[in-house]
Design a protein around this ligand. Structure first.
Ligand SMILES: [Zn+2]
Length: 115
């Protein structure tokens, strides 16, 4: 696997890649905006959120699977020493003690333990 720089990339391709990035960020901003703009959620909003969570978990799983340790001691996608930056970032965000993922798990575990 080669990890060299793409020195041959044309300005057109560079611009297309830049647009792709901007488009993805705008896409995420738009979704976030929809989720936070309304003060009251309808029953439909709740159902959408319920279906959205597994989709988001799938996205996170996809990123993690790309950045697992390869046959050597390095990341199978980045080639960087494992854990690579991408894996560490996802790990940090998913395990953020102030984040809702950790809060949800803590609540769920506490309620199970109380039974
Ligand atoms: Zn990686």
């Amino acid at each position: 696997m080669s990890h060299g720089h793409m020195d041959t990339t044309s300005p057109v391709a560079i611009d297309a890649i830049r647009q792709l990035r901007i488009n993805l960020y705008e896409h995420l901003d738009e979704v976030e905006g929809h989720a936070t703009k309304t003060t009251r959620w309808t029953e439909e909003d709740v159902e959408t959120a319920r279906r959205l969570i597994p989709d988001l978990v799938t996205v996170i799983r996809g990123i993690i699977s790309l950045h697992e340790q390869g046959p050597s001691a390095s990341c199978r996608t980045c080639g960087a020493t494992w854990p690579c930056q991408a894996f560490e970032m996802v790990h940090r965000l998913v395990k953020d003690p102030d984040g809702e993922i950790v809060r949800l798990l803590t609540r769920a575990r506490e309620s199970t333990a109380g039974r």
